[in-house]
Structures are given as C-alpha cells and as structure tokens.
Design a protein. Structure first.
Length: 162
C-alpha cells in the first residue's frame, strides 16, 4: 500500500471532518498513527427561544356568516416518519450513487428495491464497498449528495418497506 502526499492530505482532511479519535495505518514501508483528543462538548444552558406570538382570531360579529376553513397541520418531516426504514452508513467513507461517473445511479427516488440489491457505494481508503439493501420497498429519500464524505451511522437513504 502506498500513500502519496495528495492522498495523505485528503485523508487528514477527511479525519478532521469526522469524529474519529484514533487511526493506525500500516503499509510495507510506512506507518501512520493519527490521534486527537477532542474536548468534550460543553453543554450550554438550555435556553429555549421565546414562543412565537399567538394570533387569536377575532370573534365573528353576531349574525355574520363567519365560516373559516380549519387549518391543516404542517406535514411531518420525514425524519419523524415511523413508516420509513433508514439505510445507514456502516463505515466512514465517501458516498457514491453509481459504480462510476459514466454509469447511471444504482437507485433513484421512487425506485423499487429488494433485499441484497446494491443501492450505493461507500469508498474507504480507495476501496469501493457496495452497500446492499436490507429491506425491500420504495426509495423515498436520498439524504446525501454524490461524492460527499459520510460518517459511521449517518442516514443515507430512506425506504418505505413493501
């Protein structure tokens, strides 16, 4: 295994953006150890923003036909939807949607996927690791941009199980 300066620089940038505390890497003619001690985050006192002002509609005048349509609640964010299954990163790496830049993506939003089907690639240390679906269903969200670094356990895709 060889690391040139550019690869080493990319690795150090990637490690800086992750929460990895220690890394040991050995090759035939080199040994690399990176350690860092990140201070524990200091919990700020819990200060909640002031509540938004309440708007109280005026009461309709007696005898007027003051019919108002009931307001519908805003749609729940998908992060809170219990009917979706998250596909998470099993390792730190770079997320790719297709096997190569010239190839089409493995999946698109709305794609039907099945167990064992490749859904993306995670590149770690120049090794391309296909991530396979562990659930069958419809892909409803892609949460990561192509070519971006991801953390261990980061949600990559969301699937509505079949």
């Amino acid at each position: 295994m060889q690391l040139d300066n550019d690869q080493l620089h990319q690795l150090l940038i990637f490690l800086e953006q992750s929460d990895i505390q220690e890394l040991k890497l050995e090759g035939d003619d080199f040994r690399l150890e990176v350690r860092r001690n990140l201070p524990a985050p200091v919990a700020a006192p819990a200060q909640l923003p002031p509540p938004p002002p309440m708007v109280v509609p005026a009461a309709p005048a007696p005898g007027s036909a003051g019919v108002t349509a009931p307001s519908s609640p805003p749609p729940a964010p998908s992060a809170l939807r219990a009917d979706l299954v998250d596909i998470t990163a099993p390792m730190v790496g770079t997320f790719y949607r297709s096997p190569s830049p010239a190839d089409p993506p493995f999946v698109e939003i709305g794609s039907r996927i099945s167990v064992g089907q490749p859904v993306c690639i995670l590149e770690a240390m120049k090794l391309m690791n296909e991530l396979e679906a562990e659930v069958s269903g419809e892909l409803v969200e892609i949460l990561v941009e192509n070519g971006t670094p991801v953390e261990f356990g980061q949600v990559l895709l969301r699937v509505k199980p079949a």
